[in-house]
Design a protein around this ligand. Structure first.
Ligand SMILES: [Zn+2]
Length: 594
């Protein structure tokens, strides 16, 4: 492997000497304590100028120590078996805890200040921080007294957190017996699920059957946990005066109920588009109908194209260049400045991510590049996040670059679509085109349609509790299959054991994380809609997209779209995304004609 595939994170620090780095981390704690000494107990009396000074000091502080903190965590991600990496990772973790504790008073006192003096939101001195302040103000009516907040933290430890822990521990200690190539194997959950992507159809089916049959046998455990987590949330909604079980999540994601209702209605009314694709995929696989074990399975008998690092770079840079030459320059810089770690090696964490480097107006990308088409897609995806970071670093302060889940995937998925068009234009055979289109359509199907079923399920659980139903395992499974079938209809054949699918999804049990799911749908459909609008408007669309990314989190997702001239409260906007999905399905159908 050549050096160009290894990142050079020394750029983040003045010196890579571990002692110097630890000294810098200590300095960070001292400076945080200094800020605390200056402001603790005094925030409640600040005027607009004083508040501005505080917020600027907070941003300066985070920019100053961003490099050293990032160096420690990136170094560990890239090599977790190196002794120095371990040591620095532990040091940065402890530093983070200490800084967090030292500055915890800020949020509480800021809340008190804005509660007593709500007109600060409109003070022109604070213009640059307006939306940051609006988000704090939105939380204020739902904060309880200090004693009740403390009590909540302590009851959660042995309440919702314990149920979540039980679900995780129970799942990870189950064992499943399955025949693989004539040999009986016993596998934990984390291992057997890799068989879902096997090229052997019968094995995929059996793996699904074995897992969900096994999970269904413990329905008392799962049902007790999910019922308690949901009931606890309903009670907390009363205490915190949330009008609906979704309110807390809407506040966290900085969106309005109205936008989500319109989004979900679009998904429900467009299920035929997805079912049409699923039927075409069945035909491509030589099947009458897909089984649930085929939905995301790879297409059989397809050519496998491999890419070198250079080839991948060329595809990705060219894809971005077709949209905006400056973006392409930045993306190219990510390679030439060695901000990407693509080398496959022992001790490196799995998966891929992009870490924003605001102080450097850049970013860092980690992936394990094996030369498959999926790796090229991952590269395009992560470099989209890097483009977002380039824009954010140039135009926003750290407080205005806390990108929420609805917007975070905008540039990354957009980049994937740019790559798709490029790869499709270059593909020489119909099979190559089919592999590309199935990749994109499968991803959208999972992130948008399948997740929609999960949202409908969660809504239905709360409605059932409100209606006084007791949620035992069979009842929860009944709700699950009703909502699942709303999306899939007759297009897929389900194993009867799949009614237990809800049991393994950790998100349903994670404390204070209700309705984690709609931002995925929002993000996918939002980007598909933007891509469609780009196709319609051509070059006139480019500055709108740039403005959206440059705005960071200085505006809510609804207002970001409004600035671009689009209304996410209207179904017309979201329907553009479905049109883009339909167009990809049309292209797939064309490749299948004799
Ligand atoms: Zn992403």
């Amino acid at each position: 492997m050549s050096e160009e595939m290894r990142w050079d994170i020394a750029q983040l620090v003045e010196s890579t000497d571990p002692e110097t780095i630890e000294a810098k981390l200590n300095e960070m704690v001292v400076e945080a304590n200094g800020l605390a000494g200056k402001y603790r107990g005094k925030i409640r009396t600040l005027d607009a100028a004083g508040l501005l000074a505080l917020l600027m000091a907070k941003d300066t502080f985070s920019l100053k120590y961003e490099g050293v903190s990032e160096y420690c965590s990136l170094r560990y991600s890239a090599n977790s078996i190196d002794a120095v990496s371990k040591r620095l990772n532990e040091a940065v973790r402890q530093t983070g805890n200490k800084v967090g504790q030292a500055l915890a008073f800020m949020e509480i006192e800021l809340g008190d200040l804005l509660k007593a003096n709500p007109s600060l939101v409109d003070d022109s001195k604070l213009d640059e921080y307006r939306h940051f302040i609006e988000r704090i103000v939105r939380r204020i009516p739902h904060v309880m007294t200090e004693d009740l907040e403390k009590l909540t933290i302590s009851k959660d430890q042995n309440g919702v957190s314990a149920w979540s822990q039980l679900q995780g521990d129970w799942l990870s200690t189950r064992r499943f017996k399955i025949m693989v190539d004539g040999v009986e194997k016993t596998m934990p959950y984390g291992e057997i699920i890799s068989l879902y992507q096997s090229m052997d159809r019968a094995l995929r089916q059996e793996a699904n059957r074995v897992v969900y049959d096994g999970l269904g046998k413990d329905d008392i455990v799962w049902a007790s946990a999910i019922r308690s987590v949901c009931a606890d949330h309903m009670q907390m909604c009363e205490w915190r005066k949330y009008p609906s079980p979704m309110t807390q999540s809407l506040i966290d994601n900085d969106v309005e109920q109205e936008a989500i209702d319109v989004l979900m209605h679009t998904m429900e009314s467009s299920v035929e588009s997805y079912r049409r694709y699923l039927c075409l995929k069945a035909e491509l696989m030589g099947l009458k109908k897909l089984g649930n074990w085929d939905i995301t399975a790879p297409l059989p008998n397809m050519p496998e194209k491999k890419y070198t690092w250079e080839e991948s770079k060329k595809e990705v840079v060219s894809a971005y260049k077709s949209f905006d030459p400056e973006w392409a320059e930045w993306v190219d810089e990510m390679y030439t400045h060695r901000h990407i770690d693509g080398e496959v090696r022992n001790g490196k964490r799995s998966g891929a991510f992009c870490a924003t480097w605001l102080a450097g107006k850049s970013a860092w990308v980690l992936q394990s590049f094996n030369g498959q088409m999926g790796d090229v897609y991952t590269q395009a995806h992560e470099l989209g996040h890097a483009v977002h970071a380039y824009m954010g670093g140039r135009y926003q302060k750290p407080s205005n670059y806390e990108i929420g889940s609805c917007i975070a995937e905008t540039a990354s998925v957009f980049g994937e679509l740019l790559l798709t068009d490029r790869l499709l234009a270059e593909a020489k055979t119909r099979q190559e085109k089919q592999v590309i289109l199935a990749t994109v359509l499968d991803e959208f199907g999972m992130a948008a349609y399948q997740v929609s079923a999960r949202i409908f399920f969660e809504q239905n659980m709360y409605e059932s509790i409100k209606a006084g139903k007791f949620l035992d395992g069979e009842t929860v499974s009944g709700l699950w299959t009703i909502e699942r079938d709303k999306i899939y209809g007759d297009a897929v054949e389900w194993l009867p054991e799949m009614k237990w699918e809800w049991t393994m999804k950790p998100h349903y049990y994670i404390p204070n994380y209700r309705f984690y799911n709609y931002p995925y749908v929002y993000a996918q459909l939002f980007v598909f809609a933007l891509y469609r609008l780009y196709k319609e408007q051509g070059i006139a669309f480019v500055p709108k997209m740039r403005a959206l990314l440059a705005a960071g989190s200085s505006m809510s997702p609804v207002n970001l779209a409004k600035e671009m001239g689009f209304d996410v409260m209207k179904e017309d906007f979201w329907h553009k995304g479905i049109q883009q999905f339909d167009e990809f399905v049309d292209q797939l159908e064309t490749t299948m004609k004799k």
